[in-house]
Design a protein around this ligand. Structure first.
Ligand SMILES: [Zn+2]
Length: 97
């Protein structure tokens, strides 16, 4: 499923190396509690879990280009929302580039 990073506003896929599962299942894998409570993209997520194990996060995965939600046609976003293909928790406090 696609989702919007709560930290930077980029659109990422939950199947990539990010904290979507960590947050939705409440695993609390990260030392910084922000990443246990907010769904973030692969690049925003810490490169290590709290047990010191390296993740594949901390950099963009390059499976598809980085796109911020405000760079995408709102009609496309609305269609994705309608089809339940994108998860948008909150866009508050988002700073546009
Ligand atoms: Zn991000």
């Amino acid at each position: 499923m696609l989702f919007v990073c709560e930290k930077c506003g980029v659109i990422d896929d939950s199947a990539r190396e990010n904290n979507f599962t960590n947050v939705t299942y409440g695993f609390e894998n990260y030392e910084d509690d922000y990443f246990n409570k907010h769904i973030c993209c692969t690049e925003c997520c810490p490169a290590k879990y709290k047990d010191g194990v390296w993740t594949l996060s901390g950099k963009w995965h390059d499976y598809f280009p980085k796109k911020y939600i405000w760079e995408v046609n709102p009609e496309v976003i609305n269609q994705l929302i309608k089809e339940n293909k994108i998860y948008i928790k909150s866009l508050k406090n988002k700073t546009r580039k």
